[in-house]
Design a binder for this molecule. Structure first.
Ligand code: ADP
Ligand code: MG
Length: 848
């Protein structure tokens, strides 16, 4: 590890000026304009040097007051200040700091000693370092230099070292650094924020003999036997491991993870964590989390972090690296949150939180740590949302009004009457367009609730006033679908546009067509363009873009949305999503948007009959699929994402695709769709399926949300227990889009009563919001968004979107701070302002 032993350049500079000032008899002439002038740049330099915040604040406050003091007062002030600096940086005193002097804990004056967080104690490695041989120390001496070059301005509020590349760590070469980068860690700072997926709590260890059905525990044992049992004609595979701990033995079962066979060796000690189940009257564990046991953990660390891993990185190795980084750097991180907020919200310091989140001393400390980190996320998110909202409310939007008569004519031309929910969303939009402020609206409507027509009507109000509209969808198949809808709604016999005034612009639009579209958009002869990312390409320019629609908004990043928006001048923005978001989340993530909820389905919609089948009943599902195909309909078979590894997921789908097409349905036409295919290949598979070239589409979860294949009437979802209900609901929305009654079949990975109950909820309601709420209650937030929707909460690593109490607390603090100091321009908020900027720069969250 690294130790900063040379004096920080910023402190060196300070010393130089203080000496000069002494020579100038404290006349405040060492710097033209007075000593306080140096603060303009010194503060930033000091932060970049990693000077502790309390030292910086001490310098700032004394130098600000310096001018007003008498020369004697000034002399005292500077001497006192230097002494204060020496307390934290002994090397700033006359005698250079010796190698084995650990950095002193940083304490804020206000806190006093007793309140100083315990993590600020000298990190433990320092003791080890004392014993290091000189060569190593030599190497470390140079470390700060490397850090300086690696430091960017955006890290200036934290020690410079946190911006350092991971190769500065001992034992991390370019190879490991690459692997770590794949996990999202590029710098030491990233490591601090790479949190455990879960913890192995050895304080919860229970002897096998005392285990009870339903317990959620960690059990430790040595492997007695390992058996691989293929089932259902080799289609499935079960590995059974018996472990014993001297008080008894227990069977542990892993489903469909054949690669585990080589990992289990008789005689090895492993720990398994999970829920105790019962099978034929005996205690068993099904698919638990497991780990080979490192004995030292049992004795030293009672609660051990388990990190998400990638190839070539082992838990043990990563944990050891983490331990070093966390112990040394977590306490050094500057806590930007003002003390008042910490006090009011009852939060631990950031250093404490980072330390305990990785290596907790107790469950309680871990929870407090996670709470603090979660608070930060919501707090910064909320601050950003508040600022955006204010920014938008500060600009003018062009007014677009239409008469009742005009709108009624549009509505009469529709092939259906709007639902009440569509009506009120339309009223909202009409109001926004005539408000003089740019619209910022999220239309949140369940799959099939009819959002497209609302977008089209919104666009028509703007276009009829001479301006232009752009609609962006995540895939070309969706764009094309919208294009057809818009054309028939707005340019049909009852429409008011010519068909060449609405155009489709996607990746594979021909060069000459693209050329024509670009020209038409630039001169204003094209009124509406519908497309994919192609519409945000730089050479696409509009004459007067005033209405922007983003469909399936969670599929787009902030930048893309900003890009489209920037093609007009404060255009009205409409974002649409089919993801049911609970209120607490909506408030947090979209507090800057106005929300229209479309919670009513068009009449005549056939509910999708949903059934949960046991894995043994798979043949029945196949029979039903066959029956549908015989009637000229189509079916989906969907495979889950296992373990967040798309690879395994693909393997499952690919393997089963072989079996399905060769053995189960050799007479039918099957297509395969998975995430490893190129976008063009995916689109092609979907298009061919839509055009009925295939009977069955075997897919991972990549089948597009929003795609209409009215002819598909059955969906079989394998491994249904691995999905959230909200996700299942989204998937099942792919069927039931035509006039024929549709079916959804859910097959869980294995038989489990509780799982079965949860999945049964799918058969009782077709309401996505209801299911989302239920899922939240049943499975908790971690599972709620699902991997696919994780983009939503990508900036939330710690915060749980269902922790309404925490969210409210953070919102309240953010709001009151925003009211007091919206620009964070007051000096006591300067740290916060920097942290805030960093949060928003680093985040890829989905706020528009
Ligand atoms: P989503 O909200 O999932 O984007 P769409 O806009 O694709 O839904 O609409 C789904 C289907 O419902 C389309 O075929 C559309 O024409 C139809 N639809 C929309 N509104 C109504 C309505 N009020 N009555 C009947 N059908 C409607
Ligand atoms: Mg849609």
């Amino acid at each position: 590890m690294i130790k900063l032993t040379i004096m920080q350049p910023s402190l060196e500079k300070l010393r130089k000026f203080f000496r000069l000032e002494h020579e100038n008899k404290y006349e405040n002439t060492a710097i033209i304009g007075g000593l306080a002038r140096m603060l303009d740049y010194w503060e930033g330099e000091a932060r970049a040097d990693g000077v502790t915040e309390d030292v910086i604040q001490a310098v700032v406050s004394r130098l600000r007051a310096y001018e007003k003091l008498s020369p004697t007062g000034r002399a005292d002030s500077l001497k006192g200040l230097w002494k204060r600096i020496g307390e934290t940086y002994p090397e700033a005193g006359q005698k250079p700091r010796t190698q084995n002097q650990p950095p002193r804990p940083a304490r804020s004056d206000a806190d006093g000693e007793t309140n100083a967080p315990e993590v600020n104690q000298a990190p433990p490695q320092n003791q080890n370092q004392q014993r290091q041989h000189p060569q190593q120390q030599q190497k470390q001496k140079q470390a700060p230099q490397r850090f300086e070059s690696a430091t960017s301005a955006k890290h200036s509020q934290t020690p410079a070292a946190l911006g350092a590349q991971l190769t500065v760590l001992q034992g991390v070469g370019p190879k490991s650094a690459e692997s770590l980068e794949r996990l999202g860690m590029k710098t030491l700072g990233d490591m601090l924020y790479y949190f455990p997926r879960r913890y192995e709590d050895y304080t919860l260890l229970k002897p096998i003999q005392s285990l009870m059905y339903g317990d959620v525990v960690t059990v430790l044992g040595t492997i007695q036997s390992v058996h691989n049992r293929p089932v259902r004609g080799g289609k499935m595979n079960i590995i059974e491991v018996v472990i014993a701990d001297g008080t008894g033995s227990m069977r542990v079962t892993f489903f469909n993870q054949p690669w585990l066979l080589n990992r289990f060796k008789v005689g090895d000690a492993i720990s398994v964590s999970g829920k105790i189940d019962q099978y034929l009257g005996r205690i068993v564990m099904n698919s638990p989390d497991w780990e080979s046991v490192e004995m030292e953990n049992l004795h030293t660390n009672r609660i051990v972090p388990i990190y998400p891993l990638t190839e070539r990185i082992t838990q043990k190795w990563l944990r050891n690296q983490m331990k070093q980084v966390v112990a040394f750097w977590a306490p050094a991180v500057v806590d930007a949150l003002p003390d008042t907020i910490k006090r009011e919200a009852g939060l631990v310091s950031l250093g404490e939180a980072l330390t305990q989140a990785h290596f907790p001393d107790s469950q309680e400390k871990k929870d407090r740590a996670r709470q603090r980190l979660a608070f930060d996320e919501i707090f910064y998110l909320q601050m950003g949302v508040l600022r955006q909202k204010r920014d938008w409310q500060n600009v003018d939007g062009k007014r677009f009004a239409v008469s009742d008569g005009w709108l009624d004519a549009r509505l009469l031309a529709l092939p259906f009457t709007l639902t009440s929910a569509q009506q009120s969303a339309l009223t909202d939009i009409r109001g926004d367009l005539d408000s003089g402020k740019p619209m910022n609206r999220l239309v949140q409507g369940d799959v099939g609730s009819g959002k497209t027509v609302i977008a089209a009507l919104g666009a028509s109000m703007v276009v009829s006033n001479g301006a232009q509209a752009a609609i962006m969808a995540p895939t070309s198949i969706l764009a094309e679908q919208h294009y057809r809808n818009f054309t028939s709604l707005l340019a049909g016999e009852n429409g008011f546009l010519q068909s060449d005034e609405i155009r489709l612009l996607v990746g594979n639009t021909s060069g000459s067509e693209k050329e024509a579209i670009r020209a038409g958009l630039a001169d204003g002869s094209i009124k509406i363009v519908i497309g994919t990312h192609a519409v945000i390409e730089p050479d696409v320019q509009f004459k007067e873009l005033q209405f922007v629609v983003i469909d399936e908004q969670h599929r787009f990043g902030v930048e893309q949305r900003a890009e489209l928006r920037s093609k007009g001048t404060n255009p009205h923005l409409l974002v649409m999503t089919a993801t049911p978001i609970p209120r607490s989340l909506a408030l947090t993530m979209f507090g800057d948007l106005d929300i229209s909820v479309m919670n009513v389905m068009p009449v005549g919609r056939q509910p999708i009959a949903t059934h949960v089948l046991r894995p043994q009943e798979r043949e029945r599902a196949y029979t039903m699929i066959r029956a549908q195909v015989r009637q000229g309909n189509q079916a989906f078979i969907v495979y889950p994402l296992i373990d967040e590894s798309e690879k395994i997921n693909v393997r499952a789908a690919v393997d089963d695709f072989e079996t399905l097409s060769k053995q189960v349905f050799p007479d039918l036409k099957l297509a395969l769709l998975h995430g490893r295919m190129k976008p063009a290949e995916k689109d092609e598979a979907m298009l061919k399926f839509r055009d009925r070239e295939f009977d069955i589409l075997v897919s991972t979860t990549v089948i597009e949300v929003g795609v209409d294949v009215p002819n598909s009437t059955l969906m079989l979802i394998e491994g249904a227990d691995r999905f959230g209900l909200a996700q299942l609901h989204q998937l099942r929305g792919r069927v039931g889009r035509g006039s024929v009654a549709s079916t959804c079949l859910l097959i869980p990975t294995h038989e489990d009563a509780a799982e079965n109950d949860r999945l049964q909820a799918m058969s009782t309601t077709n309401d996505g919001f209801e299911l989302a709420d239920l899922d939240l209650k049943l499975r908790g937030p971690g599972e709620f968004l699902g991997t696919r929707q994780a983009g939503f909460a990508s900036s939330l690593k710690m915060a749980s979107i269902t922790d309404v109490a925490l969210i409210e607390k953070a919102r309240e603090q953010a709001k009151s701070l925003f009211e007091r100091d919206p620009e964070l321009s007051q000096p006591e908020h300067s740290l916060l302002a920097e942290a805030f900027e960093r949060f928003w720069k680093g985040t890829s969250s989905d706020l528009s």
